[in-house]
Design a protein around this ligand. Structure first.
Ligand code: HEC
Ligand code: HEC
Length: 242
């Protein structure tokens, strides 16, 4: 009970802080004029006219990616991917792939289309550090795979790209996958195999060639193992300032 109260109180404070930040640009706008006229510059630099705060930019994302256990129902019911703690370069690459249609998922295409290049940059940088707790993930996975899964991992050399613990990719534009929701990983892997579907598919050549080597049952076994590992990805719920 005490814990609940503390949490509620913390949320209240976070909410008030968000409100204060959300209102800051409006409040500091009139103050910018005297600053320009030679008075002492105001401490926080006023945002350029028309610039949105990062809170405003991610407000839309929180409704799905910031809710623990939130499920999407297309193309089958699965939890939405965790993006907090994912690397910025990969988030940007994924958003741009939705924009160009290389990734066909209709909802994320619509959302990515509404973002400017600057939004993509700001949002990706924000989520990379979102919820970071300063802990370093060990190189050794938190669980050993079954012999069957070990053979599958070896067959396509997953760690040669996704890195130690499948969470230290060799290139920052490749995703961290350990600890990601298993049901999402399965949907994502199947999407790399999908051809000739208007609404489902990812045309990334590297992963398409890899996913096509496996049956769906094998992809499911891989997803179950990868999702069961400790990783750096998180859902960080946020109070909404409505
Ligand atoms: C209506 C729910 C919803 C909203 C709102 C939403 N997303 Fe998504 N997002 C999803 C789903 C579902 C997927 C999985 C799509 C797929 O299978 O390719 C996804 C995928 C992603 C991915 C790819 C993750 C990965 O591991 O490849 C990124 C990055 C992403 N979203 C970022 C965002 C950002 C940034 C916003 C806000 C500007 C946002 N999303 C808003 C539901 C949502
Ligand atoms: C040659 C390098 C390479 C290898 C080997 C590789 N991957 Fe990938 N993987 C990538 C890249 C690059 C992406 C991002 C593709 C994109 O932008 O959609 C990716 C994406 C993924 C995704 C989607 C993640 C998400 O958040 O949507 C999953 C799941 C995945 N890989 C699992 C695996 C598994 C399991 C293996 C081994 C069976 C493997 N990969 C082997 C390079 C590789």
């Amino acid at each position: 009970m005490n814990k609940l109260l503390t949490t509620l109180f913390a949320l209240g404070v976070a909410c008030a802080t968000n409100l204060a930040q959300a209102q800051a640009p409006a409040a500091s706008a009139p103050a910018a004029a005297p600053a320009a006229a030679g008075a002492k510059p105001a401490a926080p630099a006023p945002a350029p006219a028309g610039a949105k705060s990062i809170e405003a930019k991610v407000a839309m994302c929180i409704g799905c990616h910031g809710i623990k256990g939130y499920q999407a129902s297309f193309p089958e019911v699965h939890r939405v991917p965790m993006i907090s703690g994912q690397s910025a370069k990969y988030i940007a690459a994924a958003l741009n792939a939705y924009k160009t249609g290389e990734r066909k998922h209709p909802t994320m295409r619509g959302i990515a289309d509404s973002l400017t290049d600057q939004d993509v940059k700001d949002i990706s940088a924000y989520y990379e550090n979102h919820g970071k707790d300063g802990k370093t993930l060990a190189d050794k996975p938190s669980r050993e795979p079954s012999p069957q899964v070990a053979a599958l991992l070896q067959k396509a050399a997953c760690a040669s790209c996704h890195g130690a613990n499948l969470s230290k990719p060799i290139d920052p534009s490749y995703p961290k996958i350990s600890g990601q929701h298993a049901d999402y990983l399965f949907v994502a892997l199947k999407a790399y195999k999908a051809d000739n579907n208007a609404n489902v598919g990812r045309s990334n050549g590297v992963m398409a060639a890899i996913a096509k080597q496996f049956s769906n049952a094998e992809l499911k076994a891989l997803s179950g193992y990868v999702g069961s590992l400790e990783g750096e990805l998180k859902v960080v719920p946020e109070s909404k300032f409505r």
